[in-house]
Design a protein around this ligand. Sequence first.
Ligand code: FES
Ligand SMILES: [Fe+2]
Length: 344
Amino acid sequence: MDVRTCEINLNHWYVVAQSIEVTNKPIEVRLWYHSIVLYRDSKGKIHGLDNRCPHRQVKLSEGKVVENSLECAYHGWQFDSKGVCTFIPYLLDNQVLPNCKISAYPVKECYGFIWIYLGSQQILGLQKIEPIRIPEWEQLNYINTISVIDCQAHFSFLIENLMDMYHGHLHNDYQAWTEAKLKTLTTDEEKVKVIYEAKSYYKIDKIWSISQLFFTQFRSLHPEPLIVTYYYPHWRSTLGEDFTLYCLFCPISLTHTKAYLVHFTSLNTFRRLHKLPRWFRQFIKDKLSGTAQSMLDGLVKQDIIMIEQEQQAYTQQVLKPTYEINPTISAVQRMIKKQVEQQE
Ligand code: FES
Ligand SMILES: [Fe+2]
């Protein structure tokens, strides 16, 4: 089995959009060769249907939401949230509605994202599969920044990039850490966990520490553990106590991967801040969100160039070998293959 042509295990929740992107105006999202239309009904609940009107196969995302149904733009047929055709404006008295149900997918809205499950309903129910937990999202002590990754490459190239901390070499000034050294690598059924010893440039211990993001002279190197974990199909990393980073995957095809990087800076060390009223802490959280944007976007841009070149090299000359000395990479590849086999 070639990892670069591995499918995804559909029996997991994948992220397809940010919550703020979904309104009562339908939008198209894509996940592993599926086009899905998302919309919010009058109660604010989000639904995800196959994005094809069964009448003439046009996209339902061109249509609009009428009360709790989705109305196709072309001839006005309507579908409820289960995908059942409920209304045709020109149906004659002697005609009945056609039996042309479209697929409705399980959807969850949590941690500021929309999650879709395309896999087996039976497994979902039996194994109680849930999205990866992101507790920092709700906590007032964490400031978040989100960057979108959209690359023309197989998802394995992206997760290998995220697990191989020796690629800090690429990022120079953008990177929060340096001198990574692999200490331990452990794997089990669901995850690959790697602990690197590294040196961090940042220490969030003063109220003005955030200025380290902009002024390099305020940074000083100190040792911190760098822990990266592949919780298939998503990824989480921590740098000491101060930073947590998630990568939430949305593989679109064998050569196209979208993902969301979610970065959290912890304010846990500011004891006095915790005594302030909730509304004020929420205000600070909202005001500071996005502080790491240019750093995160800068990192993403550099990574995408490398990842897409790897894909191009693979596509053009499949037979040329690559040489790898970080054992993390083969552990990641084994996990990707195992997950596909599990599904079969
Ligand atoms: S194509 Fe959708 S109603 Fe005709
Ligand atoms: Fe990177």
